[in-house]
Design a protein around this ligand. Structure first.
Ligand code: NAP
Length: 282
């Protein structure tokens, strides 16, 4: 929300629609590519009606995935997980993967994609008993650390006893530092985000980075839009996993623009499971 330069979103404008991918149904059309009744995804913000250019929308094939999935597993957050694991993280069969923020939109896909792509052990961190149980029991994580109720640093060595090959970081801060200490020599880190920066929590010192030297770790930050060329293969794979029932795609949906504020708070206080969405109308 701050006025600084944005890398993968645009600044909010007072009085303007909120930024973010949106899905809707075509109610009027002058394009043969966008027939009436088609479900489309666009980036013109959250609005009841939008006038869109046919080149600026994605037609969502509901035979491949339900509408909600085109914003989650088949949308930007699923694509972020895919990019961070494969081209950035170079995930290989049998590897141990740690993902922080595992109960969120990106994290819940990272753990499941990693398993489907052949990871040997998938470990996550999330806040709260219910969220951790969901990730273990339904999403197939091998181990999930409830960082809100246990000491993450203490539990991590037991959760990944042979060390971590690939660490997908959504959280930063102290969880990232704990991960440094449990990486294998020459392990890899995909740096996706740092949601712990948004709070008032005290952040670790840069001196902690010495562990990256000692363990010869490669850290690579990434922005998903640099991988657009992989979009077709990503959609092909994920729609296949959805169709075969191998992928759990859960969203927390808030009804009405008037409740969007509470939905946003849910991103930070752990209330949301999976992708957070706002439904503007039926
Ligand atoms: N690099 C890119 O191209 C790219 C693209 C999309 C998103 N991102 C980044 O990826 C990250 C995840 O995005 P998302 O869409 O998955 O968000 P999300 O759905 O809101 O999930 C974030 C998760 O972080 C956890 N969390 C919140 N505050 C925390 C804290 N202080 N410490 C530890 N965990 C905390 C939340 O639940 P619990 O506390 O209950 O675990 C939540 O599950 C964000 O940092 C986002 O900016 C990057």
């Amino acid at each position: 929300m701050d006025p600084g330069e944005k890398q993968y979103t645009t600044n909010f404008e007072i009085g303007g629609p909120l930024d973010g991918s949106a899905i809707g149904v075509v109610v009027e059309s002058a394009s043969e590519h966008l027939p009436l009744g088609a479900t489309v995804r666009h980036r013109l913000g959250w609005r009841e009606y939008a006038v869109v250019d046919e080149t600026a929308v994605t037609v969502c094939d509901l035979a491949k995935a339900p509408a909600v999935s085109w914003l989650s597993s088949m949308g930007q957050t699923g694509f972020t997980a895919y990019a961070g694991l494969l081209p950035v993280g170079q995930l290989a069969e049998g590897e141990t993967v740690l993902v922080t923020g595992a109960g969120g939109a990106v994290g819940s896909m990272v753990g499941q994609f990693a398993r489907l792509l052949g990871a040997g052990r998938v470990v996550g961190s999330a806040g709260g008993v219910e969220k951790c149980a969901w990730l273990r029991d339904e999403c197939g994580f091998d181990e999930v650390i409830d960082y809100r109720n246990t000491d993450f640093r203490e539990v991590l060595p037991t959760a990944a006893p042979d060390g971590i090959d690939l660490f997908f970081d959504n959280v930063g801060g102290w969880q990232m530092v704990s991960a440094f200490h449990n990486m294998k020599i020459q392990g890899r880190i995909s740096m996706c985000g740092a949601v712990s920066n948004f709070g008032s929590q005290q952040q670790p010192s840069l001196a902690e980075l010495i562990e990256v030297v000692l363990r010869r770790i490669t850290i690579r930050g990434f922005i998903v839009r640099d991988f657009e060329h992989l979009r077709p293969e990503f959609e092909e794979r994920v729609s296949g996993w959805l169709a075969s029932g191998q992928l759990v795609d859960r969203a927390t949906i808030v009804d009405g623009i008037e409740n969007a504020g509470a939905g946003l708070e849910g991103l930070l206080n752990g209330a949301n499971l999976g992708k957070a969405l706002v439904r503007l109308s039926d």
